[in-house]
Design a protein around this ligand. Structure first.
Ligand SMILES: Cc1ncc(COP(=O)(O)O)c(C=O)c1O
Length: 400
């Protein structure tokens, strides 16, 4: 809704294409293909069909009455992306990109994944449209997201372990880009968030904007007004841009992006790129990154595999610097507490990523009045995180 990026892929000073020459024809081919189908009624009709009958959209906007009562302040609504097929918002984007890959005549898709949700969503779309599928995943994430690894394999994808660097999402993305450079003729790279070179930040935002469009309409039907706050977690930033996009021009709506403060900002073990990072280049884009004084990218840490990334989509960097969105950070511990609170009060297990957005609301809602409305994007469900939660003392969260 900002009219950005410009034709070179810039959001203000952020974005662009910082890539080896060999990849330039590929991103140009992709941009041309996307701009051609973007407003094409046939493509849009097909996308709408799969989002409705396969993904299960629109996802509900649910009034969390018990959580609201427990916190004793603002009225809290949850946008239920956890109810999408495959359990997260990631499927909105992969259906769009895999439909695009098909129109481009590509027979093979590749993707990177951290929490495994984007890998599962890509493998699902590849199965649906009968495409060969390889997923790059860091060894650490393979260990902590074992259930999603099994799901990808059952869906017919090959999961390729990445052993370099911190063995998490950043390294998986490096490998996926390397594969794309080598196999660009027959391969489409399904990028999982609003990062990477132009056109990905624009294209993934467009595919995820359905979240905010629905939210605005649904809240109007229920309350006849705009929300006071819209809150979402930020890893690469796709679920956040997805829900924020429809509200960017409604200046009275406060938008809050919640990053992972991990073990605390001062500990150095966190993934709070916008809160504690600085501008630099990562994965083909100029954006906020976690880096040392020499510009070396630092390892990120979060209890949540989907937030464990030292970069962020360039549009978020722009929205931070223009002041339109407030970016804050909550710790692993706060996110875990919020996980238990939602589970016990509403019977909904949130993804640990989404629990970060909830944790901010848990702190903020009691300060607000019952006249205030807060919408939280529940980006995914927590089944994938059970091993992590149980290991960290799961089941002990007593909120009664
Ligand atoms: C459920 C869920 N929420 C959020 C994220 C973070 O990604 P993004 O910031 O692109 O929405 C992930 C990433 O894997 C995820 O699985």
């Amino acid at each position: 809704m900002t009219g950005l990026p410009d034709e070179k892929g810039y959001f203000g000073r952020f974005g662009g294409r910082f890539l080896p020459e060999t990849l330039m024809p590929a991103v140009e081919e992709l941009t041309a293909a996307y701009l051609k189908v973007k407003d094409d009624p046939k493509f849009k009709g097909e996308l709408r069909y799969y989002l409705k009958y396969y993904v299960g959209r629109p996802s509900p906007l649910y009034y969390a009455q018990r959580l609201t009562g427990h916190l004793g302040g603002a009225r809290i609504y949850l946008k239920r992306e956890d109810l999408n097929h495959t359990g997260a918002h990631k499927i909105n984007n992969t259906i769009g990109q895999v439909l695009l890959a098909r129109t481009m005549g590509k027979k093979r898709v590749i993707a990177e994944t951290g929490a495994g949700q984007h890998g599962v969503a890509t493998a699902t779309a590849a199965a649906l449209f009968n495409l060969e599928c390889d997923i790059y995943m860091g060894e650490v994430d393979i260990e902590r997201q074992a259930v999603n690894v099994s799901r990808m394999k059952l869906l017919g994808a090959r999961v390729i372990p990445v052993t370099s660097g911190s063995r998490t999402l950043k390294d998986a993305m490096n490998e996926a880009i390397r594969d794309w450079v080598t196999n660009v003729n027959n391969t489409y790279y399904v990028l999982g968030s609003v990062g990477g070179p132009h056109p990905y930040p624009m294209m993934v935002r467009d595919f995820q904007s359905i979240i905010g469009e629905e939210t605005k309409k649904q809240l109007w039907e229920l309350e006849r007004r705009l929300p006071d706050y819209v809150v979402a977690c930020v890893g690469g930033g796709s679920n956040a841009i997805g829900i924020f996009n429809s509200f960017l021009e409604d200046r009275e709506v406060k938008l809050v992006g919640v990053e992972a403060a991990g073990e605390g900002l001062e500990s150095g073990r966190h993934a709070a790129t916008l809160t504690a990072g600085s501008p630099g280049v990562l994965h083909g884009s100029y954006t906020y990154v976690l880096q040392n004084e020499d510009g070396q990218i630092l390892n990120a840490h979060s209890v949540s595999a989907g937030l464990d990334y030292p970069g962020v989509g360039p549009e978020h960097s722009y929205l931070k610097e223009t002041g339109r969105v407030d970016y804050v950070a909550v710790t692993d511990e706060e996110a875990l507490e919020a996980f238990h609170l939602l589970t016990r009060t509403e019977g909904i297990l949130p993804a640990l990523e989404s629990a970060h957005a909830l944790a901010w609301v848990v702190k903020k809602a009691p300060e607000l009045s019952p006249e205030d409305i807060v919408v939280v994007n529940l980006s995914g469900r927590g089944d994938k995180d059970l091993a992590t939660v149980m290991q960290l003392g799961g089941g002990e969260g007593n909120v009664r």
